[in-house]
Design a protein around this ligand. Sequence first.
Ligand code: MOS
Length: 723
Amino acid sequence: MISLEILDLEISMFMESKTLNKRPVEDGLSRVDGRLKVTGAAKYSAEYNIKGVTYGVLVGSTVTKGTIKALDTKRAERAPGVLAVITYLNCPNIPGYHTDNQPAKGPLKIFIDDKIYFNGQPIALVIADTFERALFASSLVKAEYNKEQHQTDLKSNLSNAVTPGKAKDYTRGQEDAYKSAPIKIEQEYVLPTEVHNPMELHAIIARWDADDKITVWDKTQGVKSTQRSIAQAFKVPIENVQVTAPFVGGAFGAALRTWPHEIAAVAAAKVVKRPVKLVLSRADMFTSVGYRPQTWQKIGLGATADGKLMGITHEASGQTSVYEDFTEGAVNISQLMYASPNVNTRYKLVSLNVNTPTPMRGPGEATGAWALESAMDELSYELNIDPIELRLRNHADNDPLSGKPYSSKFLKEAYQLGADKIGWSERNQKPGSVTKDGWLVGYGMGTGMFGAYRSNATVTARMMADGTLILQTAVTDIGPGTGTAMVSIASERMGIPANKIRFDMGDSSLPPSPTQGGSQITSTVGSAVYDACNELKDKFKQVNGGTDSTDYVQVLKQHNLSQLEVTTLSKGGSEMGNYAAYSWSVHFIQVHVNPATGVVRVNKAVSVADAGHIVSPKTAASQIKGGSIMGIGMALMEEAVIDHRYGRLVNNNFADYHVPIQADIPQVEALFVNKPDPHLNPMGAKGMGEIATIGVAAAVANAVYNATGKRIRELPITPDKLI
Ligand code: MOS
C-alpha cells in the first residue's frame, strides 16, 4: 500500500520536474484543492463514514404511463438485512407536499400516490444494512400496473406544443420580416436530449439528529438552497438543517435543485431511525436529475445582398414532463446577438411522459446558439461572405433588447484572436475543396453569449496570529476552481502568498452565498472576498493607529490580538441598471472528415472568451477547455435515446451514451481577451462557465459543412449522417 506521504512526494516531484512549475507566474495559481483531489483525500458526499449508516436502493417503474395496480414488497422486506421498503403505500407524510396553494404543476412528489408519469419513476426505496443487501432486495420488489398509452416522442407531438405561462412571444419591429428579404434562409434544427452525466453520481447521506433536526451530506450546487428545500419539505426550522458539500464532482446544472431522491432519503432516515445513504446508479442518473431537453427549432434569416440582417425569426419547441413545465431561454439569443431591426421569437413546450428537464451548462443559450449560429453559417454561404465578416457586419454596438450600452464587449477582439490562432486564413469558402492525407478538411466557427451577473454574498475573513487568512462562505465548487479563484483574489488584495490563505466552503452554516450556477460565482463571491479583504485591511489600519502594513502577524502581536475578523455582505451597485452585461465567446474548430467512413475528427479547437479580467488564469483556461470538449460531445456524440414503443431509455449507461474521451479531443486552446469590465464588480471579471459551451456545437457542424458540403441539422453528427 502506498502511504499518502509517498504519494504526496511523488506528486510534488512530478510538479517540479514537469511543466507546471516552469510556467510563467502569470499563468496563475494551480488548484488549491488539487492535491486533495488527486490523492483521494477530498471527500465527496457518499464518502463520509457515518455511524450506523444504512443503504438505500431505488426501484423504478417499468411502465411509462399509468397507475400501480399492485405492489408486492413482502419478499424484499423478508430479505436479509432489509430494514424497510418504502412505497406510496407506507411513506411517511412529507408535510411540504401538502401545503396550501400548490400549483397545478410542479416537481415530482415521490411516493405520494399510485400514478406513473415516466419510465424509471421511483416506486420503491429499499433500505438495508449493506448496499449489496439493499440492491438484492430491490430486485424482489414486484409491481403490476394499469398501463396507459404513453407519449415520449417530441417529433410526433410537435403539433401539441403550447406556449407555457412563463414564456412570451417576442417581436421587435416587423414579424417574419426575413421572408421579404432579398437573401433568406429558413431551416429546422434538432437537438436531442443530453444528460449531464457528471463523474460523481448524485448521492446523499441523511440523518435525523432530533425530531426537528436534520443533517445531510449531499451532492448539491447550493448548500443554502438545499437547506431551504429540505426545511420546507419537512417543516423544520431552516437553521435545524445542516448541509455539507465541500467537494462536488461535476454537476453542470444537475445539482441545482433538490430532487425527489433527496427527499426520499431524508424520509427513509426517519423511518429506519438511522442515517440513510442513497447513491444513484448511473442508470438512475438518466431519469432522476434532469437533462437538457430535446428541442426542435426553426430559424428564418433574411439579409440584404451585402449581408445586413433584415429579419430573424426563431421558434423553438422543447420537451418537458407532464407534471411540470421546465422552460429555458432557447430563443433568447436571437433577440440579443445581432443588430437586426426585425426579430421575433416563439417558445413552446411539448409535455411528454418523461422526467422533467433541468438547466444544463448554457441552459437555453447552448440550444439556441446551435440553431442560430448554424443558420448564420448557412447564410454566409448563401451570401458568399466569410462567416466572421458576416458577424462583424451585424455586430451589435448596443444591446438590441434594451437599447442600453454594454458594460463591456470585446467580441471583435475575440474574433480576431481566435481566427489568428486557428489559422482561419487557410480556410477555403468552397465546401469540400481541401483534403489532407485523404481526409476532408474544414473550418467552422460559432459565437456564444450569456448574461453576466452579480448577486449578493457574505464572506468572513479572519486573519490568524500565525498569518493564516481564513475565508469562509457557503458557496460550493462543482469543478471550475472557485476556491482557487477566491484565494487568487484574496492574495492580490491582502498582499500575502496564496499558501497562507484557506478558503472554507460547501457548508450551510457558513455565511450565505448563492448557488453555483449561471456563471455568477466569481463575480458574486469574488466581490465579497474583495470587499471583505478591503474591510479587514481597514480594520488592521485602525488597530495599527492609521498606518498601513501588510505584516499582519506583527500588528496582531503588537496589539496582543489572537486574530482579527470581519464579516462582509457584498452587493452589486445600482449602476448596473444602466448597462447590459454579457460574457462573450467565439469557438473555432478544424475538423478532418473521412469521406469513406464519415468519421469526424476534431483536429484543432480554439475558444476565445471575453469574460472580463481573468482572476485565475489556469482554472479559467481549464473551464474554457472543458466547455469546448462538452460542446464537441454535444456536436458529435451525445444523445439519450428512447425506444418509443416502450417509452424507455435504451442507452442509460456510459457504454452506450457517448461522451468525448481523450482520444476524441485534440489540444484545445483557450484564449482570453482579458480586458476588465469596468462596471460589473471590483475585479472587472465576468462569468465563463456557460459561454465555454455555448456556440461550440454550431462551430463543429459548420466545420463539417465546410469540409464536406453536407449540412447536418440534427445532432449528434454521427458518421451515418455523412455517408
Ligand atoms: Mo449551470 S446550468 O449554470 O449549473
